[in-house]
Design a protein around this ligand. Structure first.
Ligand code: NAD
Length: 491
């Protein structure tokens, strides 16, 4: 009886009684009406003479007009990068490091503005843009600034040389952070760059171009071309590129790998994932529930390493499910500019349709769908936090990457079964293990085919820590010494 009362009190506390007043972020985003291409140190109109609209998934309002780079524009960007390469690569590392420090500090100076722009453009909650994306992006520049004059320690006894001009293509889920992951190591080592942001989220990359200009980086060291898949393909195929670094979907990654075969170009691929979050019966359950929530609902689940498959030991399934549903009730889905929002807008209509289609497929295959009651904004693209139970490993929702706020629950009885189910996927990017026993964590983690395995935590990132996948999640690492080495040639 007492337990029942306690539960009701918690439900009231978390779910029904408490309502927060809206707390919208008011800082201006500083978004221009129109952005040209950033080539040779300045913004230029596209030779293609084409532009496209960038809209906010928050309310479908137009934010800006973005240049659509054609082949001649990509050629110009590569020519500028090639021209800048000799001087930039010969600059003493300490000098390159100064530019990177400057970029990091300039980003910190305008952190609030960048956070608002990122939220408007991509739909992520302002809390996450402000406390994660922008500070982490600055941290990557600080970290790699530190490497620039210490390259002899990155590969002791060997000479580490820049590769040349690097082509980089990034996705829409962490636009500024992915830019930082790509630019910082490439520049620290003395490469020059042609970077293409995703078509739905070009704005913070173009705002970053302003910082590049303000930092006085030599013209052509970084060039930013905007556009969709066709522009990306032109960047990937370009004969000037010594290396291509791609983050995005597995299908495009496979195409790029085929395209580059036999060209001698270096390639790193950071692709999709279907991470397993494994909870043993000896875990601290409340802590694990927080980790499960963070693992799947962070950034609306638009996270390549999201813990989208929950594997719970059978003996604790009921209690974990009950606590998860209770916790989900307290999540606020809605205006990403509101500081109280936990789950913001889905990045695009196209992505919203994909999530909807996969959840519908789950329902038609017999999944039980749990979504807490919540009122979603009328305009914009929103999807409620969703839990799918009663699923098996053969369900589409368990096999395919949904890239949205959707969690599937499976159970296991023994550690061996947990490992077998966790590894039963085409992907191999991330996993989480929740247990009170260090030895159990180590035994399980060492058998998981995943680039990163978190212990009693999830979605923890640090510039010093390499990140990357196995199997269809790609190859190569970003971050840490390993990530740095991907941008150099050892002689
Ligand atoms: P996407 O592959 O559709 O697009 C990624 C980028 O590639 C965009 O800039 C796009 O314009 C460009 N592109 C599209 N077609 C291209 C082509 N033929 N040639 C060259 N470039 C092309 O992926 P997305 O939907 O933008 O991103 C979501 C995917 O990214 C998910 O699968 C996610 O798991 C993955 N991702 C992986 C990581 C990682 O580190 N492993 C990180 C973030 C996102």
């Amino acid at each position: 009886m007492a337990t029942k009362k306690k539960q009701v009190a918690r439900e009231l506390l978390f779910g029904d009684l408490w309502e927060f007043d809206p707390a919208p972020e008011t800082a201006p985003a500083g978004i221009a009406d129109r952005y040209g291409l950033f080539i040779g140190g300045e913004f230029v109109a596209p030779k293609s003479k084409k532009w496209f609209d960038s809209i906010s998934p928050r309310d479908e309002a137009k934010l800006s007009e973005i240049a659509l780079a054609g082949q001649a524009d990509v050629d110009a960007a590569y020519a500028a990068a090639a021209k800048a390469f000799p001087a930039w690569s010969k600059l003493p590392g300490a000098e390159r490091g100064k530019y990177l420090y400057r970029l990091a500090r300039l980003l910190q100076d305008r952190a609030r503005e960048f956070a608002v722009a990122e939220t408007l453009d991509g739909g992520k909650p302002i809390r996450e843009a402000r406390d994660f994306d922008v500070p982490m992006a600055a941290a990557h520049f600080f970290y790699h600034a530190g490497w620039a004059d210490k390259l002899e320690y990155a590969a002791p006894g060997r000479d580490l040389r820049a590769l040349g001009v690097v082509g980089q293509v990034i996705p829409w889920n962490f636009p500024l952070l992915m830019l930082a992951w790509k630019l910082a190591p490439a520049l620290a080592l003395g490469n020059t760059v042609v970077l293409k942001p995703a078509e739905t989220t070009s704005i913070t990359a173009l705002k970053f171009a302003e910082l590049i200009r303000d930092a006085g980086l030599p013209p052509g060291v970084v060039n930013i071309v905007t556009g969709a898949g066709e522009t990306g393909a032109a960047v990937v195929r370009h004969k000037t590129a010594a290396k291509i670094a791609f983050t995005g979907s597995t299908s495009v990654g496979k195409w790029i790998q085929r395209e580059l075969a036999g060209t001698g170009k270096r390639l790193t691929l950071e692709l999709g994932g279907k991470g397993a979050n494994i909870v043993f019966e000896d875990a601290a359950i409340d802590q694990a529930v927080e980790g499960i929530i963070n693992g799947i609902f962070f950034n609306q689940g638009h996270v390549c390493c999201a813990g989208s498959r929950l594997l719970v030991q059978e003996s604790i399934e009921a209690v974990v499910l009950r606590k998860l549903k209770l916790r989900m009730k307290s999540l606020r889905t809605g205006d990403p500019l509101d500081k109280n929002t936990d789950i913001g807008a889905i990045n695009s209509k196209q992505q919203w349709e994909r999530i909807t289609e996969l959840v519908d497929a789950g329902a038609s295959e017999g999944a039980e769908i749990h979504q807490p009651a919540c009122e979603l904004p009328k305009k914009g693209f929103y999807f409620p936090p969703t839990l799918l139970s009663g699923v098996t490993q053969s369900h589409r929702v368990v096999k395919e990457e949904i890239f949205g706020p959707v969690l599937s629950i499976l159970t296991f009885r023994t550690p061996d079964e947990a490992v077998e189910k966790a590894n039963n996927t085409a992907y191999g990017l991330s996993a989480g293990v929740w247990t009170d026993k260090g030895s159990k964590y180590l035994a399980v983690a060492s058998q998981l085919k995943a680039g990163v395995v978190w212990g009693n935590s999830f979605n923890k990132f640090d510039p010093t820590s390499p990140f990357g996948g196995f199997k269809e999640s790609g190859f190569g690492r970003e971050g840490g010494r390993q990530g740095l080495l991907e941008y150099g040639e050892l002689v």
